[in-house]
Design a protein around this ligand. Structure first.
Ligand code: ADP
Ligand code: MG
Length: 371
């Protein structure tokens, strides 16, 4: 796999919503026919360029099906080859992140409405079925919410105030999230139930705290471990789906107090994420990758760079009213496009050792035969 295959950036423009139509908003986003290129036709002081090119551009009329088939299908198979696959949805609140990711799922399957996560779960279990003759495959799910730099486990039975997890680093195992539930899911229904259960815990938080969901990052993880029945090969890979907090700056929303503090934390996290992504692409940091600058980047350390395939879906509104946020999202996504990862397979040390020993045996056989 070449390095350019490892990071993709897609932009998705949602349709004008009621609120924008009733305000008399006009669409200022255009796509170049036949090209994954997007242009902003409206006027803005912060505009530095008129058009941007990405791996994919989806317009308001493009379906959930198309987004999934064009962007997710091509990378999902990498998971079974032992690569970590990470999908990030970025954009201002109301731009279509949750709709695109499918983070909120009620269990009802409607092809025109369902987003990426339930679709991917369906495909993962289809693949697992085809492997069952030769492999033992185990799948498990985790679901977390990062709010104001505090990480909550959304799948635990414990009450919210006792569901806080700490991030720890382990020399050999990488990032470990202390106390995080990993729910075994041997079929699509079980995995969907994790999504539904975690989602409902977020919603409960939201009514009590005034839409926390738009100001927290939601992280859904599917772990896939496979072992060949003859024991000769085993891989483990992580599929990480992140519905990021709204990227709007607190200046525009005139936030004060708690809201302002939330905004600062969100911006720190998204800024650190942008810096990590830029550094992975050999950006301005001189090769130093500062995962430690925020919990979000520490948490995603083994899901970005190294052995991972990453897709960022930048979600934008088509309306003139949102031009500043839209330009800011496009600039952020443009910077992400420069990532060059060299993915490496997650092969466990045992399989690697077996391979090495087999090679030695082979060599000795050859020596013996040629004596
Ligand atoms: P975010 O998660 O970024 O805050 P949402 O996904 O909740 O935004 O989307 C905001 C509103 O716009 C929702 O009512 C959602 O159903 C609608 N919406 C977003 N994207 C699309 C789309 N591509 N097609 C139709 N409706 C969409
Ligand atoms: Mg949302």
């Amino acid at each position: 796999m070449s390095s350019t295959d490892c990071v993709k950036v897609a932009v998705r423009v949602r349709p004008l919503v009621e609120r924008e139509i009733s305000r008399g908003c006009v669409q200022i986003v255009e796509k170049t026919p036949g090209e994954p290129q997007i242009s902003i036709t409206g006027e803005s002081n912060s505009k530095t360029q008129d058009s941007y090119t990405f791996n994919n551009v989806f317009m308001p009329e493009d379906s959930q099906d198309k987004v999934y088939n064009d962007c997710i299908t091509p990378i999902l198979g990498k998971l079974f080859e032992g690569y970590n696959v990470t999908i990030l949805a970025y954009g201002q609140t109301g731009s279509g992140k949750t709709h695109t990711m499918g983070t909120v799922f009620d269990g009802e399957w409607d092809a025109s409405r369902v987003g990426i996560i339930p679709r991917a779960l369906k495909d993962i279990f289809k693949t697992v079925q085809t492997m069952e003759n030769d492999y033992t495959v185990s799948v498990s799910c985790s679901f977390m919410e990062l709010y104001q730099e505090v990480l909550f486990d959304l799948l635990t039975d414990r009450p919210r105030e006792q569901s806080v997890c700490e991030i720890r680093e382990d020399g050999t195992k990488g990032i470990i999230i202390n106390g995080l539930c990993e729910i075994p899911a041997n079929d699509e229904n079980k995995a969907n139930n994790c999504l539904i259960l975690g989602g409902s815990k977020r919603t409960v938080g939201a009514t009590a705290m005034n839409d926390v969901s738009s100001r927290s990052h939601a992280i859904f993880i599917v772990n896939v471990r496979s072992q060949k029945l003859d024991g000769s090969e085993s891989t483990s890979a992580k599929f990480t789906l992140v519905d990021l907090a709204g990227s709007e700056r607190s200046k525009k929303t005139k936030a004060t107090g708690t809201r302002f503090k939330e905004g600062v934390k969100i911006n720190q996290g998204l800024l650190a994420l942008g810096n990590v992504i830029s550094a992975l692409g050999g950006g301005s940091s001189g090769g130093y990758i500062s995962y430690r600058d925020s919990k979000l980047t520490r948490l995603l350390q083994d899901s970005l760079g190294g052995n991972s395939v990453t897709l960022m879906v930048a979600c934008i509104s088509p309306a003139d009213y949102n031009i500043e946020e839209t330009l800011s999202t496009l600039r952020y996504a443009d910077r992400a496009k420069k990532i060059k990862n060299k993915p490496i397979k997650n092969e466990d040390s045992h399989s690697a050792e077996v391979k090495k020993l087999n090679a030695i045996i082979q060599e000795l056989r050859v020596q013996l035969l040629t004596k």
